[in-house]
Design a protein around this ligand. Structure first.
Ligand code: SF4
Ligand code: SF4
Length: 475
């Protein structure tokens, strides 16, 4: 028998108490998001509105605004905005000072953001220099998730293809647009939470510091991860105390690494995750970790939506497993990462070849712990209806009929001049009382011409008629 991982093995032993949903969070129908569009920088060009996969953006009075209930934190609007109006709300590094003992939780994709000569140990030592007392690699938890997933796939005999719950954007997309696919999501997503909880308890005992004074901060490459920590989608309690954007610390981290290298300081041995865990930082990582042949990996929102439609239409039932990531090349291409996604991915793949496949982890661990872990599987993913026009079902049906009528009367060319991404979205806004039919420039023109004709016919009308008081939302 191989030696058990001294850290993670013990961290995941205590599985009796599953994370409980916080009722106040579950009550809230409006999910939070970490993405904002700064009106001072926004020029109303509508580039973000056109790329948003959930039609969450509107242009009002020449500025882009986000409808928070539709935002899935994909970060596409942040990426596409040339005026840097996209902002991601993450914790500042100073937030760690609230805690007496500070743990950083870097994700594996961070290892792909530096030149090849900078190895995980250098990066982890650099993170300590930013003011943390300890680093806990998220890859140690994904390593365990891989083992559990393999076991789950072996035991599963239901409908296919299965999908994983790793990318929070994918989960939100399923909740909003493909609620029928929720049961195909493999419910293994709490390994990191459990590990962090146990680590904090252990450090509390060892150092004599109350658990509340021990802070764990995730170093995130995407807004969706930040949101899962600030406002967990499932309503479950998180043991992470904050999320810091990789973009925010990158410069200082780079500086700390260089400083150590220039001083000839050898970093301490901090890196312990295997290739199995690190692989999750890039696209195809899960499929490779699972060793599946009849599986596909999909990234990029457009492709993702198309594949989900196919799964929804039961045309992909011959595939066993679909790895879904919102970002190009997987998490290495997260909107808050600094390097380009392809180079990031290639660097992680190189590291995976350098490090052992399964470090200090027992192959039999998943089999032995599966039943106990099963009680933690989170199936609370709650479908959210895009069509929720009214909480009262009879009024909602009435509004649906109104919406169809309005939609029929609109030109149907989806020009976007009304400040909504398409005519259907404008009809929805009108029924909700968030827009009027005059937002449509064609309707506005018709109204103007009608008024003009009417005034011409009237003998007492002044020679010049005035246009209705409405401007295009893009002005
Ligand atoms: S983050 Fe994504 S879903 Fe949210 S507003 Fe931006 S593009 Fe739309
Ligand atoms: S692919 Fe990774 S980085 Fe991108 S949104 Fe999903 S979890 Fe975040």
């Amino acid at each position: 028998m191989k030696e058990q991982d001294p850290r993670l093995g013990s961290l995941l032993e205590d599985l009796e108490e599953p994370a409980q949903p916080d009722p106040s969070r579950l009550e809230s129908e409006v999910p939070k998001s970490s993405v904002r569009l700064d009106p001072r920088r926004c020029v109303g060009c509508a580039a973000c509105m056109r790329v948003c996969p959930t039609e969450a953006i509107r242009i009002r009075k020449g500025k882009a605004i986000i409808k928070p209930q539709l935002c899935i934190d994909c970060g596409e609007c942040v990426r596409v905005c040339e005026h840097k109006a996209g902002v991601v709300l993450s914790d500042p590094i100073s937030a760690i000072q609230r805690f007496e003992y500070r743990i950083a939780v870097p994700e594996a994709s961070l290892y792909g953001q530096f030149i090849p000569a900078v190895l995980p140990n250098d990066i982890l030592a650099g993170i300590l220099d930013l003011g943390f007392h300890e680093v806990f690699e998220a890859a140690l938890a994904t390593e365990r998730a891989s083992l559990l997933l393999r076991e789950y796939m072996d035991r599963y005999h239901g409908p296919k293809p299965l999908m994983t719950s790793f990318c929070p954007v994918v989960l939100r997309l399923i909740q909003l647009r493909f609620p029928d696919l929720a049961d195909l999501v493999v419910p293994i997503d709490s390994t990191l939470e459990l590990a962090v909880k146990k680590l904090k308890e252990e450090r509390s005992k060892q150092k004599g510091i109350p658990v509340e004074k021990i802070g764990a901060f995730y170093l995130a490459g995407c807004p969706a991860r930040i949101t899962t920590i600030h406002h967990p989608y499932t309503g479950a309690k998180t043991h992470l105390d904050g999320a810091i954007s990789v973009g925010e610390i990158y410069k200082d981290l780079m500086f700390a690494i260089r400083k150590r290298q220039r001083a000839g300081q050898k970093p301490p041995q901090l890196h312990g995750s295997s290739a199995l865990g690190m692989r999750w930082g890039t696209l195809w990582g899960e499929v490779e970790a699972l060793g599946l042949e009849n599986a596909i990996a999909v990234s990029d929102m457009k492709h993702l939506v198309r594949i989900m439609e196919e799964i929804d239409n039961h045309t992909l039932t011959d595939i066993e497993f679909v790895e879904c990531r919102a970002c190009y090349a997987g998490c290495a291409g997260g909107p808050l990462m600094v390097d380009n996604p392809y180079r990031g991915r290639s660097k992680i793949q190189r590291l995976c070849r350098m490090f052992p496949e399964l470090s200090n982890t027992e192959e039999t661990w998943a089999r032995e712990n599966f039943e106990r872990f099963g009680s933690h599987f989170d199936r609370r993913m709650k479908p959210l209806s895009l069509e929720g026009l009214d909480p009262d079902p009879s009024k909602a049906i009435e509004k649906m009929a109104q919406k169809s009528k309005i939609l029929e009367s609109l030109p149907g060319i989806d020009c976007g001049s009304c400040g909504a991404p398409n005519c259907k979205a404008l009809a929805d806004d009108i029924v909700r009382g968030e827009a009027t039919i005059m937002y449509c420039i064609f309707k506005l023109r018709d109204a103007f011409l009608r008024q003009k004709r009417k005034k011409r016919k009237s003998p007492s009308s002044p020679k010049r008629s005035r246009a209705p008081q409405q401007k295009s939302q893009l002005c």
